[in-house]
Design a protein around this ligand. Structure first.
Ligand code: FES
Length: 225
């Protein structure tokens, strides 16, 4: 049995097993997470958390599913952070860079404070990709932001009040649509699907219930390793 240590969840004190993740501690304390929890593996970005530890004035951040609790830490999960998202139609965009600038003109208000980069739990150079967006370098934005899991923490800290991850998502889409060459094998597979080559298999899957689908998924062949 692990020793119990005190932490403060949303302002209330709980005793939770030492060594737990924040997510585990929250559940041990009796909360059922229906928001602020998804993959439990550090990929979905649903569990962004802000916390402080005694003796350190700095606000810290982490993914609740990946961050271990510390004695007397105070924390709050941010299951979502308000974020405006531009509407656009990739099919009608003529000038990708101009489209990005028009959709998110606030990028030009960036103060270069780097708060976004410092808070990113994925260690993404957020401020650098916003600089790339201002220069119209979509490839740079796409490359630098590739590991973004859209947890929202950068938007929570931005002094210019922008939503960096939505800027990055649009840049990646524009870059993929207009610049990247589509792989031949993908085009071939799309053609095969459109010709109905896999219709029987697809119809069979559509007819199954969720439990059967889970079994098939879990038992699938996995390449590599
Ligand atoms: S639950 Fe998905 S990143 Fe933590």
């Amino acid at each position: 049995m692990a020793e119990l240590i005190p932490i403060y969840l949303m302002g209330k004190k709980y005793s939770v097993p030492e060594g737990s993740t924040i997510l585990g501690a929250i559940e041990h304390a009796g909360y059922q997470l229906i928001r602020g929890c998804g993959c439990r593996g550090g990929f979905c970005g649903a569990c962004a958390t802000v916390y402080r530890v005694p003796g350190d004035h700095q606000i810290k951040v982490g993914l609740a599913c990946q961050t271990q609790i510390e004695e007397n830490m105070t924390l709050t999960i941010l299951p979502s952070y308000p974020a405006n998202k531009a509407l656009y139609d990739l099919e009608t965009v003529k000038d990708p860079v101009k489209a990005l600038w028009q959709a998110y003109p606030e990028i030009f208000k960036c103060l270069g404070c780097s708060a976004c980069t410092k808070i990113c739990p994925q260690d993404i150079a957020v401020m650098d990709y916003i600089a790339g967006a201002k220069r119209g370098n979509l490839e740079q934005v796409a490359e630098l932001s590739f590991d973004c899991i859209m947890c929202g923490l950068c938007a929570s800290r931005c002094l210019a009040q922008m939503v960096p991850y939505n800027v990055a998502m649009m840049a990646r889409r524009l870059y993929a649509k207009n610049t990247l060459v589509k792989p031949d094998y993908v085009l071939k597979r799309i053609e095969e699907v459109e010709q109905g080559n896999y219709k029987d298999e697809i119809d069979e899957l559509i007819g199954k219930d969720i439990e059967e689908l889970r079994k098939i998924y879990a038992g699938r062949d996995i390449e590599g390793i």
